[in-house]
Design a protein around this ligand. Sequence first.
Ligand code: GTP
Ligand code: GTP
Ligand code: MG
Ligand code: MG
Lengths: 292, 283
Amino acid sequence: NLSEKLDKALHVLKGHGQITEINVAETTKEVRRALLDADVNFKIAKEFTNKVKEKALGSDVLTTLQPGQLMVKIVKDELTALMGGETEGINLSGKPTIVLMSGLQGSGKTTFSGKLANFLKNKKSKNPLLVACDVYRPAAIDQLHVVGGQINVEVYSDKENNDPVAIAQAGIVQAKANGNDVVIIDTAGRLAVDEKMMAEISNIHKAIEPQETLFVVDAMTGQDAVNTAKAFNDILNFDGVILTKLDGDTRGGAAISIKSVVDKPIKFIGTGEKMEAIDVFHPSRMAERILG
Amino acid sequence: VAGKSKVDDDVLDNLEEVLVSSDVGVDTTLKIIDRIEARVSKDKYLGTDELNVILREEIAGLLSETHLGEETEYNIPKDKKPYVIMVVGVNGAGKTTTIGKLAHQFKKQGLKVVLGAADTFRAAAIDQLQVWADRVDVPIVRQDMGSDPASVAFDTLSSAVTQDADVVIIDTAGRLHNKVNLMNELTKVKRVMQKVVADTPNEVLLVLDGSTGQNAFEQAKQFTKATEVTSLAITKLDGTAKGGVVIGISDQFKIPVKYIGVGEGIEDLQVFNKIEFVDSFFN
Ligand SMILES: Nc1nc2c(ncn2[C@@H]2O[C@H](COP(=O)(O)OP(=O)(O)OP(=O)(O)O)[C@@H](O)[C@H]2O)c(=O)[nH]1
Ligand SMILES: Nc1nc2c(ncn2[C@@H]2O[C@H](COP(=O)(O)OP(=O)(O)OP(=O)(O)O)[C@@H](O)[C@H]2O)c(=O)[nH]1
Ligand SMILES: [Mg+2]
Ligand SMILES: [Mg+2]
């Protein structure tokens, strides 16, 4: 594991007391390698490792810990700080609160829409409405209805309408009429390079002015995470990130890449296919996972 | 890698960045760079074109061949009837969509195709495959949500034999490879097929999302353990992701990449072309 590898690289230090420029080079190589294996973006892994190197240089390595362990602690603390800060919840202002889901194909938006509705209903005593704005994917609207049925939350859809902006607006009108205090808008998956589809979600966003825009990302995403996160953020200025499928064994370095490049909080994680499989994001737990 | 340059550390560092940034992974990248260094004694001057040729040859060399050599069309061995393809992979990778596209290509060749809706778990999964069956105009075998996927696979193969079908494609539920009970379920679905037609499935197609990182190696490992994966499909290459993970996977597990997904439409499937794939890394 990383701690043992760093111990080996740093063994030269034992009896010397301090981490110096010469022996830190080998250890930063191991740290960078560990981050790349964990899918952290290439450039970000480099920048991050340099920051760790600066923290490590001159630090007293023989006080209480093995040198390798101290290095790992420095890395873990830096990762936690990068992803950390206060755990941020959903912005529940607005009458009703409007939440807009966005993200690439298959990332877990429809499933998370249900999980969020279920969470707000059970934990925040809200009365949510799900709105089906994916007019493209075969049976996407049916999927959201099944999800709504599983959690006993109403779903607004209009199979005759192929304009997601109009559907979203109509969903909000119904919410106001029926006393729903949260409206969760599920949208189609889309590529950041698909101009037409990015224009569509921008139009939905402008038309409904959501309190909360969420970018849903698959935790096993590799190097491309920075490109898509940046593109979506440039167009939507989203409020938070949702990291899904963390019940898998992927290290999840995309979390670091995304946080570094857009500096938006990771609000929730998906930990399974069932509606209860939602959890608040814990930066230190994520840091440990990334380090393997 | 532009201009007539010395194959020095700068060139190799730049190459490392290009490959790792394409999800090739550190191990495979180092393997490729070692092979290039072995072929080009360092500090020898090489033109851009020469270095690029060597680079592309080394990458292509790691990509396994299919048994039929370079695929140029959607081929089915004539001696296997029905030819049964089981499609597996993690959640959201693009299995159901790929099946729709593949069924369309086989039908275009005049083959009789039957689909099996063995994802009996996920919300509206059966309805989703039904839409594709209707679009392609092929029969589909389905049961209720919550039924046993092995039972659906069994029914599909029985029905395919009765209909004298040429190709059967079985859709399965997405599942994470670290879930032992779900992987065991897949092994069972595979085993049950053999009760209807010996030596099936003839092909186990693992679908990988083109933007997946290094976890794809573990996916290939665990799905192979559960079902002996025979071929790979990589989807969503119409985005900015490069899909570099398939190089190391193909090399390590000796599994050829057969298809790539380049969009959400019925025609958005291509037979894998090594040269075009390697070229895409440098565009
Ligand atoms: N294991 C696991 N599976 C998940 C999780 N979240 C979603 N899924 C599964 O991932 C697959 C895709 O989920 P969807 O909700 O359909 O994804 P989507 O973003 O709406 O997909 P598109 O609408 O096609 O873009 C489904 O099989 C879900 O059950 C999670 O946290 N863990
Ligand atoms: N852009 C693009 N999208 C794709 C491609 N292949 C599939 N998709 C989309 O990816 C999403 C997921 O596709 P599915 O076919 O439902 O994936 P799946 O593996 O069957 O998902 P589960 O059954 O939930 O595990 C859908 O929105 C598809 O339209 C592709 O090649 N390019
Ligand atoms: Mg969806
Ligand atoms: Mg599916």
